[in-house]
Every structure is written in structure tokens, then in C-alpha cells.
Design a protein. Structure first.
Length: 218
């Protein structure tokens, strides 16, 4: 397993492909990530949500869906498990499984333990994404609506960034602009790209205070 850590992760291909058929209970699809500039496969809405969070918050370099297939022994026989994602971030590599907490069965715990052992042997991190605070998911989803490249023909961004130094709310900042709807789009873009910050410990809205974030030199 330690040799696995030497394998090239970037640009890797899934161990299995995603299928679509009538009456299936999950919803597979492709999620576009700004961090990689590519679409990545997800087998469910929960997996797509994790990809969105990684794109926003993980300082992501690359991510591989269904990166490997594990075979391991249990007291009841040999088992197989395919972790959901391998994420390369600037702070380390994460092996990730996604399973809503209410759907985790005892057999899943064995699979998660095996995946955690593999991550440990490779010097990676391991986690299971079992749920999210709804207000955080809603906020990141709102930010993501303006995650792609966005032009600023009216030059709104410098004014918005300067006004944010006074600790104003999202709604107040939008109203400082001549065209508030356009200012809202620019503010969401700046939040996604970490030019502005907001406290996500509570629901995000017009009353949320925005703060400027100092850009690293170089």
C-alpha cells in the first residue's frame, strides 16, 4: 500500500464509470470545478455537494473520482470497497468517502476503517463526509453561482472592496453601487474567490457582514 503513495494522482481516471438508468435512487452527474478547470464525476447529489465544497474551501489542486478499489478481509469474508474521491490540496492529500449519516451501515464502517488504514500507510488524510449544516451548503451554493470568470465593465470591484473595509453587510455593500443587482453578482464572485470573507457559522444573507481579505504577495 505504501507504493500507492508514489503513484501519480493528477489526471487519474476513475476505477469505474458512472451509469444512468431508469428508476435509480441516486443521481449521478458531472460537477465543474473552477480549481481544476474540468468536470468531475459524482454518483449522487451528496457527492456533487462535496466536490463543490472542495472547490471552494480546500485549496484544491486536483481530485479523482472513484480513485481505487480496495480488497480486504473481515471476519465474514473478503470485501471490496471503492472510496469516492482522492483530493490533492496544497495542505495534503485526502482520501474521502461520502455517505449520509442515516445511511451508514455496520458494513460501511468496516469499509471506512480499511480506507483509513490505506490513507495512513500512504501518509494521506482520511475522512467521511456524512452531513453538512444546511446554512453552510446554501451559502456556498449561492457563492458558486458566480464562480466562473466574470467581467467587470463598470469597474465595481475596487469600490466594493474598499467599502468592505468598513465592515458593511452584503446588502449595504450592494446598495452602494449604481446598479445593485450587478453589485450582488460581483460580491458573490469576490466571496467565492476569497477576495471577501463572511462568517458562515450562521445563515448567509443581506445582513451578513463582509470583510476584506489581504492577498498574499507574490
Amino acid at each position: 500500500m505504501r507504493d500507492l503513495a508514489l503513484a501519480r494522482v493528477e489526471g487519474g481516471m476513475p476505477m469505474r464509470w458512472f451509469s444512468w438508468h431508469r428508476a435509480q435512487r441516486h443521481r449521478p452527474g458531472l460537477q465543474f470545478l473552477v480549481s481544476t478547470g474540468r468536470h468531475h464525476g459524482a454518483e449522487s447529489l451528496e457527492e456533487a455537494r462535496l466536490l463543490q465544497v472542495l472547490d471552494f474551501a480546500a485549496d484544491l489542486v486536483d481530485v479523482v473520482s472513484q480513485p481505487m478499489r480496495l480488497r480486504f478481509d473481515t471476519t465474514t469474508g473478503r470485501r471490496r470497497h471503492t472510496p469516492d474521491f482522492l483530493a490533492v490540496t496544497r495542505a495534503g492529500i485526502w482520501l474521502i468517502d461520502v455517505r449520509p449519516r442515516t445511511l451508514i451501515a455496520p458494513e460501511d464502517l468496516e469499509s471506512f476503517a480499511a480506507a483509513a488504514e490505506v490513507a495512513l500507510a500512504c501518509g494521506w488524510h482520511y475522512t467521511v463526509a456524512a452531513g453538512w449544516k444546511e446554512h453552510v451548503v446554501a451559502a456556498i451554493d449561492a457563492f458558486s453561482s458566480q464562480r466562473r470568470p466574470l467581467l467587470d465593465p463598470l469597474g465595481l470591484r475596487p469600490t466594493l472592496l474598499a467599502a468592505a473595509r468598513d465592515g458593511r453587510t452584503f446588502g449595504e455593500l450592494a446598495e452602494t453601487a449604481l446598479f445593485p443587482p450587478l453589485a450582488r453578482a460581483q460580491l458573490l464572485h469576490l466571496l467565492w474567490h476569497r477576495r471577501l470573507g463572511s462568517d458562515l457559522s450562521g445563515p448567509f444573507g443581506d445582513r451578513s457582514v463582509l470583510t476584506g481579505i489581504a492577498r498574499e504577495s507574490g
